[in-house]
Ligand binder design. Structure first.
Ligand code: ADP
Ligand code: AMP
Length: 216
């Protein structure tokens, strides 16, 4: 099963993708996580993209396409039964490239999920998001806090605030989403069945709604 999850930054894509990937044994492919990993490791790619990530702009389509090529091909190895893409595609050009890559490697998209959340909720969520520096688990100080302040429930490592989760950058990222990413929904309309879900519901209700759709 291959799933694309779309939605504004902070709509809950990463949270839901982690839950779905565990439940259905799918590879969770997050281009944001892959890019942040490159920055943390100080690789050539990391140096190239660091300031772009901090600014809230998009990395070039070519760079992320390379990451996606590697990750989707790898996902068929081991016991993964498909993938869930989180944060990709982010432009119509990326959606077009994805079609080509999938054709080349003989894979297809089964479901497109869109999480709808309004901008005020997004700003509040992202300002309070904390991420585990090690296992990347995602928390929220207001509605999904860790058991012990500043520590990951899963691996015990420190929780950090992402550089791009500061108020000004959040607004910038919302603009980028509206201008560059939202048109993908139109691109997919008619090509795939699009499942729109009210992402303002509590985490478990969103995941129950996704589970119903995925099993249809
Ligand atoms: P995205 O991957 O789309 O940027 P995240 O999954 O990282 O979004 O979620 C953003 C923030 O909102 C996190 O702090 C997360 O804990 C919180 N969150 C995610 N889903 C919900 C939800 N349904 N209700 C309330 N908070 C949520
Ligand atoms: P995310 O973790 O999905 O919120 O992504 C964090 C940042 O990584 C974005 O603001 C972009 O700078 C970059 N990024 C992640 N995915 C993509 C993508 N598909 N295309 C371009 N840039 C991306």
């Amino acid at each position: 099963m291959n799933i694309i999850i779309l939605g504004a930054p902070g709509s809950g894509k990463g949270t839901q993708a982690a839950m779905i990937s565990r439940k259905h044994e799918l590879a969770h492919i997050s281009t944001g996580d892959l890019l942040r990993e490159a920055v943390a490791e100080g690789t050539e790619l990391g140096k190239q993209v660091e300031s772009i990530l901090r600014s809230g702009k998009l990395v070039s389509d070519e760079v992320v396409l390379q990451l996606i090529r590697e990750a989707t091909s790898k996902s068929t190895k081991g016991n993964r039964r498909g993938w869930i893409l989180d944060g990709y595609p982010r432009t119509v050009a990326q959606a077009e490239s994805l079609e080509t890559v999938l054709e080349e490697i003989g894979q297809k998209v089964d479901s497109v999920i869109v999480l709808d959340v309004n901008p005020d909720v997004i700003v509040e969520r992202l300002s309070n998001r904390r991420t585990c520096e090690s296992c990347k688990a995602v928390y929220n100080l207001l509605n999904n806090p860790p058991r012990y302040e500043g520590k990951c429930d899963i691996c015990g490592h420190a929780l950090i605030q992402r550089e791009d989760d500061k108020a000004n950058t959040i607004r910038k990222r919302l603009d980028v989403y509206n201008d560059r990413t939202r048109p993908i929904i139109h691109f997919y309309d008619g090509r795939y069945r699009i499942h729109r879900i009210d992402g303002t519901q509590p985490i478990d209700e969103v995941s129950a709604a996704i589970a119903r759709l995925v099993s249809e």
